[in-house]
Design a protein around this ligand. Sequence first.
Ligand SMILES: NC(=O)C1=CN([C@@H]2O[C@H](COP(=O)(O)OP(=O)(O)OC[C@H]3O[C@@H](n4cnc5c(N)ncnc54)[C@H](OP(=O)(O)O)[C@@H]3O)[C@@H](O)[C@H]2O)C=CC1
Ligand SMILES: CCCCCC(=O)/C=C/[C@H]1[C@H](O)CC(=O)[C@@H]1CCCCCCC(=O)O
Length: 347
Amino acid sequence: MQVQRVVLASRPGKNGVPVPENFRLEETTLTADLQDGDVLVRTLYLSVDPYMRCRMNEDTGADYLGPWQLSECVDGGGVGVVESSRCSTCNEGDVVTSFNWPWQTYAVLKGSGLQKVDPQLAHGHLSYFLGAIGLTGLTALLGVREKGHVIKGANQTMVVSGAAGACGCIAGQIGRLDGCVRVVGICGSDEKCKALVEDLGFSAAINYRQEDVSTRLKECCPDGVDVYFDNVGGDISDTIIAQMNNGSHVILCGQISQYNKDLPYPPPLSKETQETLQMKNITRDRFTVLNYMSKADAALYELSQCVKSGQIKVLETVVNGIENMGDAFCSMMKGGNIGKQIIKISE
Ligand SMILES: NC(=O)C1=CN([C@@H]2O[C@H](COP(=O)(O)OP(=O)(O)OC[C@H]3O[C@@H](n4cnc5c(N)ncnc54)[C@H](OP(=O)(O)O)[C@@H]3O)[C@@H](O)[C@H]2O)C=CC1
Ligand SMILES: CCCCCC(=O)/C=C/[C@H]1[C@H](O)CC(=O)[C@@H]1CCCCCCC(=O)O
């Protein structure tokens, strides 16, 4: 059968900004003759994620991430439906997901590498398995729980950077549900600020492109900052950390402001910020969701219940068509998304 796929056409260079032309759409022939253990899947939704910028480099700078190879099909988070199966654990019609889903309209995959999901968990919104009820939601929930030290009744203020993105949206809502009295989001547009406060229940939001973050933080966080969910790093994080309280906690989730630079992960901190962390006894633990997968089932069930009950609101930016994968990735890296950036591949 004829299928479409996306390959890596070129690398942006270690210090380059990725462009859609780094990706190329191709037609290819898929031999749908299944071997034992294989399944034929139709792709429903694909995910684009910041860590993929590192996979565009020859050397990713992160030991658990392999680089994408030139002229080879790109992969990442995906969800799809089993069309036919020669695997004992997968049946026709099953909805399945994987972190290594090829950017391809149909694919033959090993059934053993796929996770079966229950569409009911997402009320039929299958794209949520790439976002709020997938790795994104897990990152937010487990990041806050494992590294945030949020205690109900402790009058804590949480700040979230990258707050209107996939992880940030959920992290702030978890902070509020878990008992922070104040949750302040930092993001890149007035429209995003409005969504955070009016739709997601953040106490306040700061547009870092328009406002003086330090001044606005002092206004929005009069008692200082107790928990900081860090998605972006760089100057924004330095400014927030400068206003953190003694004994407070940084959840080091990601550092997207540094991903277009030739730096290892996590990138080094300024001397001043290192001194602040030390003097104020602030913890700053790196959090990697893949290290907590033993807690995934319970956490996904909790996220599902919160989404179904409306306690957690889900925002998505959906574009249609595999031909738009590169555009969607580059747009997300520049802030084109509100909530999780999803690409719909088929009905
Ligand atoms: N530790 C872990 O296990 C995991 C970590 N992550 C990390 O979480 C973070 C968020 O990922 P995810 O939710 O998927 O992506 P998002 O949906 O948050 O998309 C990325 C967002 O980053 C913001 N951004 C881009 N450049 C900058 C910049 N220079 N300064 C400030 N903000 C910027 C943009 O929003 P804006 O308009 O506000 O600029 C953009 O929308 C990333 O750092 C990622 O690496 C993700 C998954 C797992
Ligand atoms: C290199 C910078 C990464 C910064 C943090 C981050 O974004 C981490 C993301 C991972 C998270 O733990 C869950 C994921 O899906 C991300 C990594 C996925 C790894 C897939 C492995 C693919 C491969 O190399 O084969």
